[in-house]
Write a protein that binds this ligand. Structure first.
Ligand SMILES: NC(=O)c1ccc[n+]([C@@H]2O[C@H](COP(=O)([O-])OP(=O)(O)OC[C@H]3O[C@@H](n4cnc5c(N)ncnc54)[C@H](OP(=O)(O)O)[C@@H]3O)[C@@H](O)[C@H]2O)c1
Length: 405
């Protein structure tokens, strides 16, 4: 029997960890679910505790009186406008939370901390990366010839966890998720909700479905992470002795492309993909911009014989989704759709248009290796289209998307 604290319990990844542990009351009789808000119900073994991680260690320690567990799953996240601000706030939240566990004495019963991060580890937000991405790939730290890389809060968080655990002889494990497919309300990065609302509104407008991202990415490769599969991975990794002191990529295990997924999205909503979607004019405004001056792949250029060949990445939005979401015809279509189908109107504002535009607009491949976890016995797998379709089902139930069947 084990006990757990899940921090960020209402988020797209944290919520599934709570639900996963909650499925086995014999194994996990005590689960503390920590966040500021309470969104929806959890199984009876789950005790929801409100905490503000931006508070001081003393304030947090007061809220955490009586909260002790052997396993901590840290999946809290606050999005800020700059990478330096992300570094500051997300690092401080983790550090102060761990300090609070020390203050209350809860640190003494810890066995393992699982830190949830993502493939920004490899700079997927900065430009072309080396594919496949491997956990042994070098961190894109500043200094030397890599001074151009911005601060990466995952590096600070991993340093914090490792330092804390090493002094206390507690185990740690880190996960690197990519492009998460899951259910959440009002969070920062939500791929499935935004894709679903975009398709539903375009259908309401009587349009064929146009891929709003990059033509290059449409025919390239992506690796996605089902939030439920990631939660199963976290449970496995917390209990697997050989996963201690290790970081792992966590993706579904298939390599996908949007040229394969997009027609399925269209079919699900009873639509056609616009046959000449990348050729003919479309009412939507496009946009194009350069990403970081130095692409992460450049770190491998010399070794891989690519010197002078690595160019900065681009973000190509066939339909700029932020501009699309502000259009009057789009707003009106959502209004009439929500009124007719009894949907939750605020879901449109909660959808993360800038994030989706970024995810689909990257004009380079994202292939994430699962070899390291598999070598240690991880056999989990989820078909990516099934993952997306399952989340669409949940979004229909939650009245975010109209019934499609
Ligand atoms: N979503 C993705 O597509 C994706 C992809 C790859 C990696 N990741 C990484 O996965 C990690 C988790 O992200 P996520 O997307 O799951 O986050 P999320 O859905 O935005 O959820 C964030 C969680 O943190 C909690 N939180 C935020 N500020 C808090 C505060 N001040 N005090 C207490 N709780 C707070 C939120 O709850 P309240 O708001 O109720 O407090 C929520 O439970 C991050 O490192 C993220 O970068 C995410």
């Amino acid at each position: 029997m084990s006990s757990a604290i899940v921090v960020g319990a209402t988020g797209i990844l944290g919520r599934e960890i709570v639900l996963q542990l909650g499925k086995s009351p014999d194994k996990w009789p005590t689960i503390y679910a920590l966040s500021r808000s309470k969104k929806g119900d959890f199984p009876p073994t789950v005790r929801q505790t409100s905490i503000d991680l931006t508070g001081s260690t003393t304030e947090m320690a007061q809220n955490l009186q009586g909260v002790t567990a052997e396993y901590v799953f840290f999946a809290a996240y606050l999005q800020k406008d700059t990478e330096q601000a992300n570094w500051d706030v997300n690092g401080d939240m983790l550090q102060n939370f761990l300090n609070a566990l020390e203050t209350t004495g809860a640190a003494s019963s810890l066995k393992r901390i699982v830190l949830v991060t993502g493939c920004k580890q490899y700079g997927v937000h900065l430009g072309p990366v080396k594919n496949p991405m491997l956990e042994t790939d070098p961190w894109l730290r500043g200094g030397g010839d890599r001074t151009s890389f911005p601060p990466n809060f995952y590096y600070r968080q991993q340093d914090i966890v490792r330092d804390f655990c090493e002094t206390k002889e507690v185990g740690w494990t880190v996960t690197y998720a990519n492009d998460v497919v899951g259910f959440a309300r009002g969070n920062f990065m939500n791929l499935a909700t935004s894709v679903g609302i975009y398709a539903a509104v375009e259908k309401e407008l009587g349009h064929d479905l146009v891929f709003p991202g990059s033509e290059r990415f449409y025919s390239g490769f992506d690796s996605l992470t089902d939030a439920g599969l990631h939660a199963r991975f976290c449970e496995w990794a917390a209990l697997e002795p050989r996963a201690a002191g290790e970081a792992f990529n966590v993706v579904n295990g298939d390599v996908e492309s949007w040229q394969n997924l997009w027609p399925r999205v269209a079919e699900r909503f009873g639509m056609m993909v616009k046959p000449d979607q990348f050729v003919a004019g479309y009412g939507g405004e496009s946009s194009s911009s350069q990403l970081a001056d130095v692409a992460p792949l450049s770190v491998f250029a010399e070794k891989a014989g690519l010197e002078g060949r690595v160019v900065p990445g681009r973000l190509e939005q066939r339909v700029d989704l932020v501009k699309w979401s502000q259009r009057e015809d789009v707003r009106k279509a959502w209004d009439s759709l929500t009124t007719r189908e009894g949907l939750d109107k605020k879901a449109f504002e909660e959808a993360t248009w800038s994030f989706l535009g970024f995810v689909l607009g990257r004009a380079y491949d994202l292939v994430v290796s699962m070899s390291k976890a598999r070598a240690l016995g991880w056999t989990g797998y989820k078909d990516t289209w099934t993952a997306i379709s399952d989340v669409f089902d949940k979004l229909e139930e939650a009245k975010v998307l109209p019934k499609t069947r």
